[in-house]
Each structure stands twice: as C-alpha cells, then as structure tokens.
Design a protein around this ligand. Structure first.
Ligand code: GLU
Length: 396
C-alpha cells in the first residue's frame, strides 16, 4: 500500500507549537476515558457551573429565536453592556466603534496581534507568559522578545520594558493578573509601563482575562481607567470564561482604538463571523446581572490558595510565592529536579504517569524549573493531589 501524499503545510506554521495547556487537558481526558484516576490541575478551567441566571438568559434567547447570525462584532446590546460595565467599574468611556465581542478572549488576542504585527516586528512578552502569546506572534511572522520577570519575583516593571525596546518593537503584551504567576501589576506601575510604551511609539495589548479574580488587599484594576492619552495606546481584551465559569460558551471582548477594532472586525467577519448568538445573550446577563456568584467563586479560590501555597512550600525542594490573582500556583521545583527528572516537563510527565496528577510544565510558559498547578479544582482534589505529589517525590 502506498502512503498518502504529505500535506504541504504553510511556512507560517513552522515556528508554531500547539497549546500545551490544551494538550494537558486532552491527555487528562484520554487517561480518564481509559479508566485511570487523574486529578486535573492542568488547564485553567473553573470547576463551578455557569451561574443559573446566565444559563436562564441563554435558554430564554433560544426560545425567543435568537439563534441566527448577528452582526459580526456582536449585538449592540452586548457591546453596550460591555461599555457600561467598564465605565461603572473602572471609569473608562468607550464608544460603540471601540468595542467588539469575540469568540472567547483568545480570538480577541489573536485578532489584535494579527491586526498590527508585520513580519519582522518585535513583540515584547513578559516571561512567564500565557502559552498563546508567542505562538500568535510567530503565526504573524513577528519575533517574540521576552522580558524575564524572575529577577523581580515575576513583577513586570516599566524599567524592564524600557530595556528590551529596540527600533523594531511594535507591541507590548501585558497580562495582569498573570497566568501563570498570579502576579498583579499595580496601578501606578501599569501607568508607567504604558507611559514608556507611548514615549517609544509602542502599542500595548492588555489581557484582562483574570481581571475580577484578585485577592484582597489587591483590588481589581484595568488600564481602561488610565487617562485617555495613555489609554489610546492600549487595546484591552477580556473574557467571560473565567469570571463566570463560561469556558465552553466561547465569549470574550476587546476595547480599544476604533481603527484597531475595525481591523479585528474585518478578520472576524472572514473567520468566525459573529460569536455564538446564544452566548451573547448569556454574556449580557453575566455583565449586567447579579454578581454574587463571582464573589462566591473568588472566596472559594482564596480558600484554596490559602491552603495550597503553604502545602506546596511544605514539600522539601519546592518553593512557591503567594499569587495575588488568577487561580494558578507556579511552584519552583528546581530543588527536586535531578538526573532521573532533569526538566520541569519530565517532572510534569512523571506526575501524570506515576502519580495521576495533571499539571503543566513551566517550560510551556517560558518558566523552566517551575510547574503550574490550577487551583480551579475542588479543595479535596487539591489535597489529594498534593499528597500524591509528595508521595511520588518521597519514593523516587
Ligand atoms: N487559559 C487556560 C489555561 O491557561 C485554558 C487553556 C487555554 O486556553 O490555554 O490553562
């Protein structure tokens, strides 16, 4: 039998790798389908159901027949709800041509980068980073230039940004609260960072995915609240996935300069068309309806974090800083790496295979020597997972 011809994949894919967070999710699903007991601390996916008021809004939308195409950038009521919510929470004023609803925050990020990055452009990405940022830059022919935040306990500073700027720098990506470190850029530092970008004619993409999950005394802050001459440099993306446990609904948004949004809309009109009509009605309820479920989820994440971080620090060879936001722990595991487990990827693979615990290797996030644990997982599962990790490390 002759083998089928090889598909000549496009050159622009050669520098890309597929999503490691989604790979862990797939591996976990596969092992579970085989009957293996795996505790999943891999992909960051809230374990809560989507709140009832949001589910009901979607059911009402279906029954009312809102199941057809909408305008590509989202229905006016949703775009108004996004603008209104951002105005209320952060004081930012946006017009209707400065907002777009997208298929998850990920589509907003993809389109934002694709809309302005040319081959040869440099894009500053603080490391550790969410896995998707450098891959989209690669796809667009740009060059990711990493800013190592490990020396400043993962805190991004304006000085560190300034040092990495070259004449080719086009865009800076900031994700705060950060996935995977949990660090939050303080409001004053965010302002300085955007000032540095503006001085050098650089644009800023701000990923607000975990905006509402910050732990007191830190308060939610968005660049949306910056003075307009700075905000005009920024495109802010957001997501309903984490805040409202809506990962499967695929609904996100972006707010920014109208030219940038218009270009994103053009990409969207030729790729996905509109975000799912039903999800758009659910998202209106999410932003405009009652917020008690968000507070409950945040309280629960805080309880888990407060248990998990000391428990990780209690394992010999592991140290972990206290995250200020999001729902990830990023323990430093260099103290347990050795010849039999030389890298964080080897450790992550071994934990999955021999301990039944799915975690993501730090190398996927530009953080070799670390692993990422999602604590959007029930506390007893977290407790069992830490016990399994400890046992595995004790017996090797
Ligand atoms: N953003 C989540 C994570 O980092 C979900 C998976 C993904 O889209 O990367 O785990």
């Amino acid at each position: 039998m002759t083998s089928p011809p090889r598909v000549p994949l496009a050159d622009r894919l050669a520098r890309m790798t597929s999503s490691s967070t989604l790979r862990v999710l797939q591996m976990t699903e596969k092992l579970r389908a085989e009957g293996i007991d795996v505790i999943s601390l891999g992909a960051g996916e809230p374990d809560f159901p989507t709140p009832e008021n949001i589910r009901e809004a979607a059911i009402t939308a279906i029954e009312a027949g809102f199941t057809k195409y909408t305008s590509a950038g989202g229905i006016a009521d949703l775009r108004r709800a996004i603008i209104e919510r951002m105005r209320r929470d952060f004081g930012g004023e946006y017009g209707m041509e400065e907002v777009i609803a997208t298929v998850g925050g990920k589509q907003a990020i993809f389109e934002a980068i694709a809309a302005i990055v040319n081959p040869g452009d440099e894009v500053l990405i603080p490391a550790p980073f969410w896995v998707t940022f450098p891959e989209v830059v690669h796809f667009c022919g740009g060059t990711p230039v990493l800013i190592d935040t490990e020396p400043t306990q993962f805190q991004l500073t304006a000085d560190a940004v300034r040092e990495r700027i070259t004449p080719k720098t086009k865009l800076l990506v900031v994700n705060s609260p950060n996935n995977p470190t949990g660090r939050v850029v303080p409001a004053e530092e965010m302002r300085r960072i955007v000032e540095v970008a503006a001085e050098h004619n650089i644009w800023v993409l701000i990923d607000d995915c975990y905006l509402y999950f910050v732990y007191p005394p830190v308060a939610p802050f968005s660049a949306i609240g910056l003075p307009s001459e700075l905000r005009d440099r920024c495109l802010v993306t957001g997501s309903f996935s984490k805040t409202y446990a809506m990962t499967g609904w695929r609904i996100g948004y972006a707010l920014g300069p109208s030219e940038w949004i218009k270009a994103m809309l053009m990409i969207q009109s030729h790729s996905t068309s509109n975000p799912t009509s039903i999800s758009q009605y659910a998202a209106i309820e999410a932003f405009a309806g009652r917020q008690d479920s968000v507070r409950e989820m945040l309280d629960e994440y805080r309880r888990r974090r407060d248990w998990l971080i000391p428990a990780l620090n209690d394992i010999p060879g592991i140290t972990c800083v206290m995250p200020e936001g999001a729902f990830y722990a990023l323990p430093n595991v260099r103290g347990v790496l050795a010849d039999d487990l030389p890298t964080s990827r080897a450790l992550a693979d071994a934990l999955l295979e021999h301990a039944g615990v799915a975690v993501t290797s730090g190398s996927a996030f530009g953080a070799e020597g670390y692993i990422r644990l999602s604590y959007a997982t029930a506390l007893d599962d977290l407790q069992r997972a830490v016990e399994r990790i400890r046992d595995f490390l004790d017996r090797r």
